[in-house]
Every structure is written in C-alpha cells, then in structure tokens.
Write a protein that binds this ligand. Structure first.
Ligand code: SAM
Length: 231
C-alpha cells in the first residue's frame, strides 16, 4: 500500500519508522512518504496560514500551498491513478475498526494534516472533484493538528495489511473485530504479588477456556461499553 502524509510538521510522523510499521516499511509492505506543506509556500516566511474571512479567532490554512501539494501528489502517481484523500477533522465521520478494515484494502491513501482552525473549505471541494475524499474524526474531542490522528489511523490500517502482523490469528479475537471487547489476558508467573491467574486458564480444557473467554467478553463489554451490546 502506498501512503502519503502532507503536514507542516514532518518530524511528527517519525514514529512511523518504529516497531511493526517501521518493519513493514523496510519489508516493502508499506510505501510511506511524508511531505512538508511548507515546500509549497513561496514567500520569505513560507506562510501557510492567514486570517479568516468573516473575522473570528485563529488562523486558517491557505488554499494555494494545499492545491500545489495535492497537484504534486497526483502528478507523482501512475497514469490515471489518484489517492483516496483522508482529511482528519473533529467534524468528520468517526474512525472505527470497520473504517480501518475498509481503508486497508485500498492501494493508495493520502492524509492531509490540518492545523490552526483548519484548511480553507475550497481545498476540500477542489480535491473532491479529482479524487475520493473522506473527512474522518478520531473522536469527539479537539486535537491541535491532524498528525496525531494520522499516526493512529495509519497504525490501525497498516496492521490489517496481510504480512504486517506476524501471527494473523492474533487479529481475529481482538476488541471491535466482532462487536465485543477482548477477554482479559494473562502470562507467567501464575502467581504474582498474591494474585492468581484464573484457574480455568491452567486447566488445559480448551472448550471450557473458550467458553470462559466468551463470557468474559460479554461481561467486559456490558460493563465498559454497553452501547456496543445494544447494537
Ligand atoms: N476549528 C476546527 C473545528 O472546530 O472543527 C478544529 C481545528 S483543530 C484545532 C486543527 C486540526 O486538528 C484539524 O484541522 C484536524 O486536522 C485536527 N484535528 C483536531 N481534532 C481532531 C479529531 N478529533 N480527529 C481528527 N483530526 C482532528
């Protein structure tokens, strides 16, 4: 999968060199490029923001650098290919495991990281005339910029690409895969600071363990996320 991220803080994306995502990049499973939006600001101060029309607090990202950055991105693609452009924003559709699953099947994703009060609305309109565009929210709260949202989204999407997680079986029973949260997990030692691992897990009875785990999933989901059970 090809991934492009446009940001005014390329260093923010450095964690994508680490751990499983970094390995997936080195193994050629992910082709990730981070672009500095300021490369497309041509004044002495490399300005990417300006005051909002209509007044009000804060600054708005100017359309020209974004237009140029997206032109360059599309121009870098193979003939006729365009990315699916993801614009993170608190006013977007919520990012869920299903969103990650859907996006993990796409060949090319690009992420546009907003800052300040956001990006001039005409950039969304112009981009949508040329490529699929989705405005996606990480949750009902406001971050300072899109970079943290992109880190979270890329990690959730990339781990679903075949080959990125060594043991793909570990993806199957995870929280949100089938609407329930995961059961509690334990490792050695069997006793730690006087706390025992549930006896059933030491029994070797795989049927009984599966039943216990399912019950735990239901209980945990009911306690922490009753909204998931009503769905
Ligand atoms: N004025 C905007 C509003 O009220 O909708 C918020 C702008 S926020 C300070 C700056 C940038 O952070 C946004 O353009 C977006 O890129 C990012 N951002 C903030 N909250 C986010 C969230 N919940 N999910 C995804 N991106 C978010």
């Amino acid at each position: 999968m090809r991934l492009d991220v446009i940001t005014i803080f390329p260093d923010y994306l450095a964690p994508l060199d680490l751990s499983l995502i970094g390995k997936a990049r080195r193994d050629g499973l992910i082709d990730l490029h981070v672009h500095d939006l300021r490369e497309h600001a041509h004044d002495r101060h490399r300005t990417v923001d300006d005051t909002p029309y209509g007044g009000g607090a804060g600054m708005v990202m100017k359309p020209e650098p974004w237009g140029e950055a997206l032109d360059e991105l599309v121009g870098n693609g193979a003939e006729g290919q365009v990315p699916h452009l993801i614009i993170p924003g608190p006013g977007g559709i919520p990012f869920t495991q299903q969103t990650a699953r859907d996006l993990a099947t796409e060949p090319w994703l690009a992420f546009a990281c907003g800052r300040y009060e956001g990006i001039d609305e005409r950039v969304y309109e112009e981009a949508a005339a040329r490529m699929p565009v989705s405005v996606i929210s990480l949750g009902d709260y406001v971050l300072n910029g899109g970079e943290v949202a992109v880190l979270a989204m890329v990690e959730a999407i990339a781990r679903l690409i075949p080959g990125v997680i060594g043991n793909e079986q570990s993806l199957v029973e995870e929280s949100h895969e089938d609407g329930l949260l995961e059961y509690p997990v334990y490792t050695k030692p069997a006793t730690w600071r006087g706390r025992e691992v549930p006896e059933i897990l030491l029994s070797g009875n795989h049927g009984a363990i599966a039943e216990w785990r399912h019950e735990q999933r239901l209980q945990r989901t009911a306690a922490r996320r009753p909204d998931l059970l009503s769905d």
